[in-house]
Design a protein around this ligand. Sequence first.
Ligand code: HEM
Length: 209
Amino acid sequence: MKFLKGNYGWMLVAILAILPLFVIFSMVQIDVTNGLSITLIEGAGSEGMTTLEMMYHVSGEFAIRWMTAVLTCTPFFILFGISNLFVRQAMGIATAVWSLLHFVIFLFAEGFLETFTQVNYVAGFVAVLIVIPLMITSNRRSMKKLKSKWKKLQSFSYAAIFLSLLHVALLDKTWVIYAVIVGIGFVIRIPYIKDRIIRFRKNRKAVTA
Ligand code: HEM
């Protein structure tokens, strides 16, 4: 019970990140009788999408949702004074796993070289490359080891979200809602606004105490 109380945050993130993986797995057939063969199940898409389109849709949407969510951690801390490194870490891992899965689907369907045929794919590819070291270093040990470099490295997440939004916008898919959420987060981070929010929060706490 004590363990659950202290760990429910990241566990919830893990469950929310893992559950939609079953949707992806339900769209493929894995056969190991004659070596490993993975085939798409026809007609597994919905809303007029083919199975492959549906796989791009589900994996891409979850990749951008988790990336947006992880970027709201700092603004959330500024607004409410609540932060949890394990939750942030779990969100970072969810972002990387879904981004990589999205890319792996593309690799299976189109092949690696196809990545460099469109600007939007290249933008997505660079975002995936950025997300991997961020995931590996989003823990206390790396924080201590990298010291001031850690913050610099983590700030690359801004580039990752910018490139991901560019990727989605160029594909003419839903991107505005994510840009608005991330944009509001950036406004909250502006030192002048951040200081005022924190001061207001602390004053209110002192009054109600
Ligand atoms: C090498 C990297 C990437 C490649 C090659 C790639 C490729 C694709 C392709 C082929 C589609 C489907 C386009 C269509 O239906 O017309 C797509 C859609 C999408 N991608 Fe990516 N992508 C990459 C990285 C990313 C990353 C890093 C993110 C976000 C973190 C992302 C988010 C999305 C989203 C949200 C969609 C739209 C899904 C929908 O609503 O149908 N992609 N991507």
